[in-house]
Write a protein that binds this ligand. Structure first.
Ligand code: CDT
Length: 307
């Protein structure tokens, strides 16, 4: 018997600074309804889906940025999304900036079941960009100022009839992200992203953004025998152009659905979780073929060590 999840990747177009959360939540609810009409069990929204990508600005006093963070979830302003999801019996995955009661700041994604209960929370592990103001840049990418890296690592949760994992944006570029979840038997990885087209440290990569986005998610899916759902916040946001090309990738590494626009756009796919077994039980039978006894440097050191 196959185990099918119908998943929706709900790409968002830009969120400008002037767009309040209520208007954004209304857009999320509209996409959720489209997903329900398409038979989705689960709709996946992008990273930092409630606000503009605020790490593009630096503030000397970080408390001036407190208003970008959520101190509770659900909250009064996000309750309509939770309520509508429960009414429609559709789960969702949502990225947002989290401020804990202790004042810690994380780039966070939650997985919400069809009954509206939050079944999992993931906090971003790989925080890209820079810690300090770099005034010569056309825009900042100060995620390392605004978020601390999670020490909790990569969880896999039993939900929606399968083994679900999460990662956020830059995490998708690191093979360790997928492999840790692969070793926990992950069958579907949910990933929101905000990827500026212009990569300031090396602009030669600009033209390759779409290629690299597909390259990492397709190879991560294939090498671990898992579905991957990558969802962008796309388009020109506060003058910064960001990649779209949200996609749903099969355990074979094939792209089964991809967005065409850089606006709010839903794509869907019927994902048979049993397809994962074709890879997990053959070429990527970890128990049979992996060689952890020679992989020590992967966890034993961070940077390159020359012999
Ligand atoms: N949001 C996020 O993680 N974006 C990064 C940009 C890298 S450049 C600083 C990404 O990997 O897409």
């Amino acid at each position: 018997m196959s185990r099918v999840i119908t998943v929706g990747a709900a790409q968002l177009g830009p969120i400008q600074r002037s767009n309040d959360r209520a208007s954004v939540v209304a857009r999320l609810v509209a996409l959720l309804r489209q997903g329900a009409a398409a038979g989705c069990d689960l709709v996946v929204f992008p990273e930092l889906a409630l606000t503009t990508f605020f790490p593009r600005w630096f503030v000397d006093d970080i408390t001036q940025a407190d208003h970008w963070y959520e101190t509770e979830m659900p909250s009064a302003v996000t309750a309509p999304l939770f309520d509508e999801a429960k009414r429609l019996s559709v789960g969702f995955c949502l990225g947002y900036a989290e401020m804990t009661p202790e004042g810690r700041r994380f780039n966070t994604q939650i997985l919400v079941a069809k009954d509206g209960a939050t079944v999992a929370k993931y906090r971003k592990v790989h925080i890209p960009g820079h810690e300090h103001h770099e005034p010569d840049r056309p825009f900042q990418h100060a995620e390392r100022y605004y978020f601390e890296p999670s020490m909790e690592g990569f969880g896999v949760w039993q939900a929606f009839g399968g083994r679900m994992g999460m990662m956020i944006c830059n995490d998708r570029r690191w093979p360790e992200t997928y492999r840790v979840m692969g070793l926990k038997g992950v069958e579907m990885i949910l990933c929101g992203y905000n990827t500026p087209i212009h990569y300031v440290p090396d602009p030669s990569q600009d033209i390759l953004q779409g290629f690299h986005n597909a390259l990492v998610m397709q190879s991560g899916a294939y090498q671990n025998g898992t579905w991957v759902v990558g969802v962008a916040k796309a388009g020109v946001e506060e003058g910064v152009d960001s990649l779209g090309q949200s996609m749903i990738v099969a355990p074979s590494g094939q792209i089964v659905a991809q967005t065409l626009s850089t606006d709010d756009e839903l794509i869907t796919a019927r994902c048979d979780l049993d397809w994962c077994r074709r890879y997990k039980e053959t070429l990527f039978d970890f128990d049979r073929y992996r060689r952890p006894e020679v992989y020590g440097p992967i966890t034993g050191q961070r940077g390159v060590v020359l012999d």
